[in-house]
Design a protein around this ligand. Structure first.
Ligand SMILES: *Cc1c(COP(=O)(O)O)cnc(C)c1O
Length: 374
């Protein structure tokens, strides 16, 4: 069986390192916000080219804490509207709802699956204060167009990078000098998840926020830990969402391999893109391989169930990301009558092929061969 994602195999490579790290943390006896978390925050900030990284409990909390941080600073106020893609994992939308902001859904481009920048401006009102975008499946959104809109309308840009560790938009690096870029660089923040199946995955839950914004970082460092900088002195109404010391220790071992893992994913994706030739299968549009870390390789097909069954019969495991659009979920029943036809079509037709840095060349060849015979 070719697994969709072999987490056992991915983590087996680190078995000895993990055991050493576990022993180290046990020997120290310090389990919350210790040296490993601090080191990871420094390492991940350096990796992302940002000034700050704040380790938190999971990806959803990373999004919530960014929004809470902006509310605390007065940049956002309850009731403000946030532009968000209709085509995303529900976490992105839940984060907005949980802090009493108003999600305004925008359709994606059907070829890239990412938010369509040409459809954003018609959704902007006097209440719109932020764009929360998602680099879905690991592909960078059309950032130049989105940032132009953000500057024109004075919106903060928040990135849900839960599927896109390692994807970089150049102006988010602090080295840039133009004022336009500087403004963008300081007004951006990104949310990451280290859920085990992500490109950088922990052995449990984990998340992080990166930003160049000093004030935002300061507030979030406090909010994630009961709104307290000094123990038992609470300045803000915070929450408890801290990256585990033990997870940070594991992540410190895995981070040095993230780039090579992502490159291995690109090698596989390049083969899928050039060698899958079947009129019943629509391949994703990838404008630049460098702007994609292939968290998932997602195709579209009219008769998805049939294709998925056929692949399974040939010992190839696939997964659907995602079967139901957020606005069609029971939890969002007041939205169920809204119509987002492109989003709905994507949810009806997508199928994620096996994608993992541990896939062998022969396994990839086999998947391609079986797909071309379908
Ligand atoms: C995984 C994911 C999240 C949530 O991450 P958790 O760590 O599971 O909370 C948010 N947004 C997107 C796009 C994701 O893929």
């Amino acid at each position: 069986m070719i697994k969709f994602l072999d987490l056992q195999k991915i983590n087996a490579q680190y078995q000895e390192q993990f055991q050493e790290k576990l022993k180290l943390v046990l020997d120290k006896g310090w389990f919350i916000l210790g040296d490993e978390v601090k080191t990871f925050e420094t390492n991940f900030a350096n990796y992302c080219g940002t000034k700050h990284c704040i380790g938190v409990g999971n990806g959803l909390d990373a999004l919530i804490l960014i929004l809470k941080g902006y509310i605390e600073l007065g940049t956002l106020q309850k009731g403000d509207e946030v532009i968000v893609p209709a085509n995303t994992y529900i976490a992105t939308i839940l984060a907005i709802l949980q802090v009493d902001l108003v999600p305004v859904l925008v359709e994606p481009n059907i070829e890239t699956y990412n938010i369509n920048p040409n459809l954003i401006e018609e959704k902007i009102s006097s209440k719109t204060k932020a764009i929360l975008l998602v680099h879905l499946y690991g592909q960078l959104c059309e950032m130049d167009a989105i940032n132009d809109i953000a500057i024109k309308h004075d919106l903060v840009v928040i990135e849900d990078a839960a599927q896109a560790h390692g994807v970089q938009y150049s102006v988010s690096s602090i080295q840039c000098s133009e004022t336009r870029n500087l403004k963008l660089a300081t007004r951006n923040s990104s949310a990451y998840s280290f859920y085990p199946s992500k490109n950088l995955g922990a052995l449990g839950d984990g998340g992080a926020i990166t930003t160049n914004d000093d004030e935002l970082a300061k507030v979030i460092f406090s909010l994630r830990n009961y709104g307290s900088e000094k123990k038992y002195h609470n300045e803000l109404l915070g929450i408890n969402s801290r990256l585990d010391e033990i997870q940070a220790a594991f992540l410190n071992e895995k981070l040095p391999n993230l780039d090579s893992d992502n490159n291995q994913r690109r090698v596989i994706a390049k083969r899928y893109l050039s060698e899958i030739k079947n009129i019943k299968i629509v391949l994703p549009r990838v404008d630049s391989i460098d702007n994609h870390v292939f968290h998932l390789f997602v195709i579209r097909t009219k008769n998805r169930q049939e294709l998925q069954d056929y692949l399974l019969k040939n010992n190839i495991e696939t997964v659907i990301h995602y079967p139901i659009a957020p606005h069609k979920q029971k939890a969002l029943s007041s939205w169920n009558n809204l119509s987002f036809p492109i989003t709905e079509k994507i949810h009806d037709e997508v199928l994620s092929l096996p994608m993992s840095p541990t896939l062998t060349n022969d396994e990839v060849s086999f998947v391609i061969e079986i797909l071309n015979r379908y």
